[in-house]
Design a protein around this ligand. Structure first.
Ligand SMILES: C[S@@+](CC[C@H](N)C(=O)[O-])C[C@H]1O[C@@H](n2cnc3c(N)ncnc32)[C@H](O)[C@@H]1O
Length: 237
């Protein structure tokens, strides 16, 4: 029997994949590592099939290792007896807690089979609400910008874990980037914020990302000339 790592997508319950939904329907227990993933999971499975796992909010690696060992010890017997799922927001293979679970199972319970059902990651989903087009041929890097840090280098970056937006924005502006922020994207219109004003997302909220683009970036595409043609047609009318 199998442990499925299921990506829930970026937040809206209907942005899960068909395979992800079918997997959640079919398993005996759905483990959720956090409040937000639980909130999405309960849109798909009844409360009584959800298994909560307790993870301390700490960067103490020893305590985290203990928590992962405890989670793996709880999940392993269930995954031997039947099918179970562990859900994460976005994709289980992108900056996700699922990697810790998989490594812990590999180390202490190597007989447990693991399969992954991918989900839409915030890494790509951000583009729609932030109105960004990443054209063919363009590079896009994923970085972290916690604690007011501001990575630079690539022309276009998605920045996860933005916890001090004004400081990150200030440094990126100095380094020649335009920045936009997205908070709680796809988590309901009353929770979502999309803004270029870092002060509007100054308070700390873990579900905040940024898109940074080098100022004055030259782009060209085969269909650019349509805009010129259309302008000329309007002028002729
Ligand atoms: C640990 S990473 C998890 C990424 C996730 N596995 C994925 O594929 O999207 C968490 C970071 O992703 C970003 N993030 C994830 N979902 C988001 C959302 N719906 N809105 C804004 N940021 C989000 C935030 O920057 C957050 O700090």
């Amino acid at each position: 029997m199998t442990l499925y790592g299921v990506g829930l997508g970026p937040g809206d319950p209907d942005l899960i994949s068909v395979r992800g939904r079918e997997t959640l329907d079919s398993v005996d227990v759905v483990y959720s590592p956090g409040r937000l993933s639980r909130r999405v999971a309960t849109e798909h499975v009844p409360d009584e099939r959800i298994g909560d796992l307790d993870f301390p909010m700490t960067s103490d690696e020893e305590r985290l290792r203990e928590a992962w060992k405890a989670a793996a010890a709880e999940i392993a017997p269930e995954a031997r007896a039947g099918d179970v799922a562990f859900v994460t927001l976005g994709d289980p293979n992108v900056y996700s807690t699922f990697g810790h679970l998989r490594r812990t199972l590999d180390a202490f319970h190597p007989d447990v089979d693991v399969e992954i059902v991918p989900g839409i990651s915030a890494m790509t989903a951000f583009a729609t609400p932030l109105d960004v087009e990443v054209e063919a041929g363009a590079g896009l890097a994923l970085r972290e910008a916690a604690g007011g840090s501001a990575p630079t280098g690539p022309d276009r970056m998605v920045l996860f874990k933005v916890t001090d937006a004004p400081e990150t924005a200030r440094k990126l502006d100095e380094a020649g980037y335009d920045v936009r922020f997205g908070r709680r994207l796809f988590m309901g219109a009353d929770e979502t914020t999309v803004t270029a004003d870092a002060d509007a997302v100054a308070d700390r909220d873990y579900y905040t990302l940024a898109y940074a683009e080098r100022r004055g970036l030259e782009t060209s595409s085969a269909t650019d000339e349509f805009a010129v043609d259309a302008e000329a047609e309007v002028a002729d009318d």
